[in-house]
Design a protein around this ligand. Structure first.
Ligand code: GLN
Length: 485
């Protein structure tokens, strides 16, 4: 069971060789053992999970099971799940029990999947290493001294360490792809608007998008079939016909045009990462793909543009945490203004405060035109670069991250270094495009390397096809960290 895919587990469950209660019990044991060492989870509730498993077994007994019925899946602690503590890894929400389900949770519940627990993350999804969590850093299962990536580090570590067969995450500037790369698993950020943000605690609403983590591209497709779709409660949810994301998996890749952006392969990439990425691209040529050079000339502006826009949106979104409606409230204060000040001062961590200050500054009168408006214009140019690039190719490839997993503490004191670890992922969010990361070998210290695929709008099914075909001829995605069994 340890290394089984969702697809394989579904077969076992259907054949009644294992029940959901047994499967859930097996993974809960791992979560409570190795999961503790890795600090991958914020909330585990065995009773609730097992009750869901019993319900899934009952549904199956009635002959109504779907592909994910009875399979335990971990959810990033950014998704509200009714009756579950939902903290967003912040002290300010450390006592918040969600009174309703996020759309994503609702979808998985309807599919009969079991909630395996809520995973650790960077506070309010702000970070690239999972070190800003109020609950402490998550460790990388491949090297306990290293970070798993962030902000969805707990979900990535959980799948990498086989604590759950799959997990959910969110990606505002790279938080699914970057931890997937650093933890040696697959992760997909869909086209903006494909997965509803309802009940997903907001960081930067024009960029935030939920997506799946799993071991294989095929499993990502199964998860997308469950979590995508229109939802009237999110005003940016797209009303499109439902897709079957597995429909293209078997297509041969002959003739596929892969765009290689010159800017991705310029300076900045660690040599071991470059070597693995070059080897992966050579594998795709073997599969009959052509490569063409493309250019994303404005990509170099994506980090500064993002660090104006994302904090601007965050400063507005996080104004709701005031100690009045829900969450933490300071114990002692003199008047209302003092209560706000103390609650927010004590409730938010340093990185969140930094973002609120930057965001408030760039939105303030006198600076708005110089920063916020200018960044919005550049965002359009960055998106336009991709429109041009996709005239020449079907899918773009490059590294997900410039380095492999770095050590806990190594970049924590240097925000700019930390921000640069998303240099290859952020432009995709600014453009609203789909992106994914798949395992593509190992670098120095045997740390995993991630290959990034970027697709045109709504081209997830093709990206999954490309990744699936690669996974038919390579086995990087099936490798497991040592010592986790
Ligand atoms: N690392 C980026 C940030 O800190 C992106 C985070 C994310 O995608 N949620 O904002």
């Amino acid at each position: 069971m340890l290394n089984s895919t969702l697809k394989e587990l579904a077969v076992e469950l259907a054949a009644k060789r294992v029940s959901s209660v047994e499967l859930t019990g097996y993974f809960l044991k791992r979560i409570n053992g190795l999961g503790k060492t890795l600090n991958a989870f914020i909330s585990v509730d065995e009773e609730r999970s097992l009750a869901l498993a019993r319900a899934a077994d009952a549904v199956r007994a009635q002959g109504q099971a779907g592909p994910l019925t009875g399979i335990p899946i971990a959810h990033k602690d950014i998704f509200c799940a009714k009756g579950w503590l939902t903290t967003c890894a912040s002290k300010i929400l450390s006592n918040f029990v969600a009174p309703y389900d996020a759309h994503v949770i609702e979808c998985f519940n309807k599919s009969g999947a079991v909630i395996a627990g809520k995973t650790n993350m960077d506070e309010f999804a702000m970070g690239s290493s999972n070190e800003t969590s109020y609950y402490g850093p998550v460790k990388n299962p491949w090297d306990l001294a290293a970070v798993p990536g962030g902000s969805s580090g707990g979900s990535a570590a959980a799948v990498a360490a086989r604590l759950t067969p799959a997990a959910t995450g969110t990606d505002t500037g790279g938080s699914i792809r970057q931890p997937a790369a650093l933890s040696g698993i697959c992760g997909l950020k869909p086209t903006y608007g494909v997965v509803s943000r309802y009940g997903m605690i907001a960081f930067a609403s024009s960029l935030d998008q939920a997506g799946p983590f799993a071991k294989t591209a095929e499993d990502l497709a199964l998860m997308m079939n469950v979590m995508s779709g229109f939802d009237a409660r999110d005003s940016t949810s797209l009303d499109r016909e439902r897709e079957n994301y597995t429909r293209n998996l078997a297509k041969p890749l002959r003739g596929l045009r892969i765009g290689l952006p010159a800017e991705f392969f310029a300076e900045g990439m660690q040599p071991d990462v470059a070597k693995a990425i070059d080897a992966a691209i050579a594998d795709f040529r073997q599969l009959g793909c052509e490569t063409v050079e493309v250019s994303l000339p404005n990509m170099k502006l994506s980090v500064p543009v993002y660090y104006v826009l994302a904090p601007a949106e965050a400063s507005s979104n996080l104004s709701r945490f005031d100690g009045v409606r829900y969450g933490y409230r300071a114990a002692e204060y003199t008047d209302l203004a003092d209560m706000y000040r103390k609650t927010r001062g004590q409730g938010f961590g340093a990185e969140v405060k930094r973002r609120i200050l930057i965001g408030t500054y760039v939105l303030s009168h006198g600076y708005y035109d110089a920063y916020y408006l200018q960044a919005q214009k550049l965002r359009r140019l960055i998106a336009q670069d991709f429109v041009e690039a996709f005239k020449k190719c079907d899918v773009i490839m490059g590294p997900t991250t410039p380095t492999t997993a770095f050590n806990i503490g190594e970049k924590a004191g240097d925000p700019v270094q930390m921000y640069l670890s998303d240099i290859y992922t952020i432009a995709v969010n600014l453009a609203g495009l789909p992106g994914m990361s798949i395992p593509a070998g190992f670098g120095a210290k045997d740390h995993p390397v991630g290959l990034q695929l970027i697709g045109n709008y709504f081209d997830e099914a093709r990206m999954l096809n490309v990744a699936h075909q690669y996974q038919q001829t390579t086995d990087w995605h099936l490798r497991m960290p040592q010592g986790i069994a």
